[in-house]
Design a binder for this molecule. Structure first.
Ligand SMILES: CC(=O)N[C@H]1[C@@H](OP(=O)(O)OP(=O)(O)OC[C@H]2O[C@@H](n3ccc(=O)[nH]c3=O)[C@H](O)[C@@H]2O)O[C@H](CO)[C@@H](O)[C@@H]1O
Ligand SMILES: C=C(OP(=O)(O)O)C(=O)O
Length: 422
């Protein structure tokens, strides 16, 4: 298992290019199942989750090809299996996103229930409820969601809570359904808009994406399209937290600053000087951060996927901060590890109180999930001495070459691979 070794205390300076968004690319890859024509996708990040998705799609019979420039071509003209097996689904919850497209185009799907996960229970009942409302017959059998429908029929679907992948699954199902579907209480994340825009290029009729009411008029078939995945707002936010903690002067390239609105507000509260252009953000930090409170919310609020990184920044702040995690019931696994680095944090249910300390000190820590890993990297960059982060396979799920990018900014960070790390 690989580890990361960080020698903290170096400032970050220079430019870094942000990769395509994992959470946009994952549903978009699954949209390839909706047509027999070719999808040509640009700016697809090189991540373990993307490799897992491509493996899953291959297993279903989708022909996939990755070109050197980050382009991925997919063609689902010979789908040979309608089953997403446990061994692939267990490593990545987003595999559930094949359910809607398979059912809509082929009238059948068997998708393993996603396995346990470190940040909360994460049921898929809303995906199932929505597909049932579109006329699917759905059973849970032997750990699989087994869904059948001759042709899905449009309906009004109101999910009990805002769900990102739930909205995406229902959107991909509804585009091929007969008649009109209205998704109420829909997620408004930029990744939903990106998916909807791809589907529209494929011939889908969708209105209202980006609002909480999406109206879809089903069509008989969809065709091929070419699309560029949006930049990863969470990767961008993570680098900004890193410079906030380690200090320095960095410029992010290939970003859409408006997707980071709530995060940028928080970072300004922390004392970062931010200059924002069309597709770049410059961040300068030369002082100790000031503490700032965080309440995670659905977009356009502060993303739960930024909570751990914003907490890492707060551990070094002047003052105390209250952090409230509103989306996942178990997303404080990083707290114990940040405390190993000298942070002072108390948790009470969904609330964490962070009392900023003047310095962190390097230690051996364990990554427990994707954004927890990022928070440990951020803290390690600012800590005195060496921090050794174990289980960074979590980080590799969602950050493209994070240590290479950080090294280019001047960080002392090395990957220790395989046996060497044991
Ligand atoms: C691949 C992807 O895009 N992942 C993102 C997606 O995850 P994901 O789509 O899994 O998260 P959801 O938006 O669905 O979850 C929001 C809340 O709803 C609950 N819920 C959801 C569906 C359901 O059927 N029943 C139910 O109870 C969840 O347990 C959670 O408490 O959105 C999350 C919230 O922004 C992000 O943290 C993840 O990075
Ligand atoms: C929780 C995340 O991803 P996933 O939904 O794929 O687990 C994330 O991106 O922070």
């Amino acid at each position: 298992m690989d580890k990361l070794l960080i020698t903290g205390g170096r400032q970050l300076n220079g430019e870094v290019t942000i990769s395509g968004a994992k959470n946009s690319a994952l549903p978009i890859l699954c949209a390839s199942l909706l047509t027999a024509d070719t999808l040509k996708l640009h700016n697809v990040p090189r991540l373990n989750d993307i490799r897992t998705s491509l493996r899953l799609l291959n297993q279903l019979g989708v022909h996939t090809q990755r070109l050197d420039d980050g382009t991925v071509e997919l063609r689902a003209d010979q789908v040979t299996s309608l089953e997403a097996p446990y061994d692939l689904v267990k490593t990545m919850r987003a595999s559930i996103l094949v359910l809607g497209p398979l059912l809509a185009r082929f009238g059948e799907a068997r998708v393993s229930l996603p396995g346990g996960c470190a940040i909360g229970q994460r049921p898929v009942d809303q995906h199932i409820k929505g597909l049932a409302a579109l006329g699917a017959d759905i059973q849970i059998e032997h750990g699989f969601v087994v869904a059948r429908a001759s042709r899905l029929k449009g309906a009004v679907v109101r999910t009990d809570m805002v769900t990102v992948t739930g909205t995406e699954n229902l959107l991909m199902a509804a585009v091929l359904a007969e008649g009109q579907t209205v998704l109420e209480n829909a997620a408004r994340e930029p990744e939903i808009i990106d998916l909807a825009e791809l589907l529209i290029k494929m011939g889908a009729r969708i209105q209202g994406h980006g609002t909480d009411r999406i109206v879809i008029d089903g069509v008989e078939t969809l065709h091929g399209a070419e699309h560029t995945v949006i930049p990863d707002r969470i990767e961008a936010g993570s680098f900004l937290c890193a410079v906030g903690a380690a200090r320095g002067d960095i410029t992010l390239r290939n970003v859409i600053p408006e997707h980071l609105g709530a995060t940028l507000d928080k970072l300004r509260e922390a004392g970062l000087e931010l200059t924002v252009g069309d597709d770049w953000i410059r961040a300068v930090m030369q002082q100790r951060p000031k503490s700032f409170d965080v309440r995670t919310q659905e977009y356009p609020g502060v993303a739960t996927d930024m909570q751990a990184q914003l907490m890492a920044l707060n551990t070094l702040a002047d003052g105390a901060a209250v952090i409230i995690e509103n989306i996942f019931e178990n997303r404080y696994m990083h707290v114990q590890e940040l405390c190993r680095l000298g942070a002072e944090i108390d948790i009470d249910g969904y609330t964490a109180v962070v009392r900023g300390v003047e310095r962190l000190s390097g230690a051996a820590v364990m990554a427990t999930d994707l954004r927890a890993s990022a928070s440990l990297v951020i803290a390690g960059l600012a800590a005195e001495g060496e921090t050794l982060i174990d289980r960074i396979y979590h980080l590799d799920r969602g950050y493209e070459q994070m240590e290479v990018k950080l090294r280019s900014l001047g960080a002392a960070i090395e990957r220790i691979t395989g046996k060497e790390a044991a």
